[in-house]
Design a protein around this ligand. Structure first.
Ligand code: PRP
Ligand code: URA
Length: 211
């Protein structure tokens, strides 16, 4: 598994505002989108491309175009939806599939409540969006889902991860083509399964509390 932790003052600055409990939802949503666009630059480093010939107004030249089949971007609902616009801004030709997951806050077990993805992902590059990699259960379930449908490689973009969750994903995906791009690697998980220092519940901060 390849892990890339962003090392850029703008990323840290924007994350600092996100972490602040006083930051209201509209600002939180705008910053999430901006952060994902910054992280997407690194996440798409391995995007499959092919050479094409074009004519400039001056001469012919060889350039690159994104290969078919086009990459698939998969936001994990609910919180991952807040990352979608930031990602497709950089990768507008990507297709988008949806996976709805919620983790049980007592057992931390994730469950899938919605799915709208192509049945066959053979030969597809997939980009999973989820702001929080806490125990790693949700991301791991999403990655397994995509590999079972034939995906060749999966890159996950997360704003924050815990060392425990990252290790769990690494262990469970050994030998597969998985890349994780992070805004920051935090200190630890607490007994409630929350990332410390973290930013709280990403879905609630983006969209409000559900009962
Ligand atoms: C949050 C988050 C991840 C998951 C991370 O979603 O967006 O999907 O928890 O936790 P894990 O690594 O321990 O699995 P949540 O289940 O709260 O749903 P939501 O996005 O609808 O708020
Ligand atoms: N889900 C969140 O939204 N935040 C955490 O810190 C852990 C799980």
């Amino acid at each position: 598994m390849r892990v890339h932790v962003a090392d850029h003052p703008l990323v840290t600055h924007k994350l600092t505002v996100l972490r602040d409990r006083r930051t209201p939802s509209p600002t939180f949503r705008a910053l999430t989108e901006e952060l994902v666009t910054l992280l997407a630059y690194e996440a798409t480093r391995g995007v499959r491309v092919e050479s094409i010939e074009i004519e400039t107004p001056v001469s012919t030249t060889t350039g690159l175009a994104i290969s078919d089949p086009k990459p698939l971007v998969v936001p994990i609902l609910r919180a991952g939806l807040g990352m979608l616009e930031g990602m497709v801004k950089l990768l507008p030709s990507a297709e988008v599939g949806f996976l709805g997951m919620v983790r049980n806050e007592k057992t931390f077990e994730p469950s899938v409540y919605a799915e709208r993805l192509p049945d066959d992902l053979s030969n597809r590059q997939c980009f999973v969006l989820d702001p929080m990699l806490a125990t790693g259960g949700s991301l791991l379930a999403a990655i397994e889902f995509l590999f079972q449908r034939g995906a060749v490689d999966v890159t996950a973009v997360c704003l924050l991860a815990s060392p425990e969750g990252l290790e769990a994903v690494e262990e469970a995906t050994a030998g597969r083509e998985v890349t994780i791009v992070l805004g920051a690697l935090d200190e630890r998980l607490n007994e409630m399964g929350y990332i410390v220092p973290g930013l709280g519940d990403a879905g609630d901060r983006l969209y409000g509390t559900v009962g």
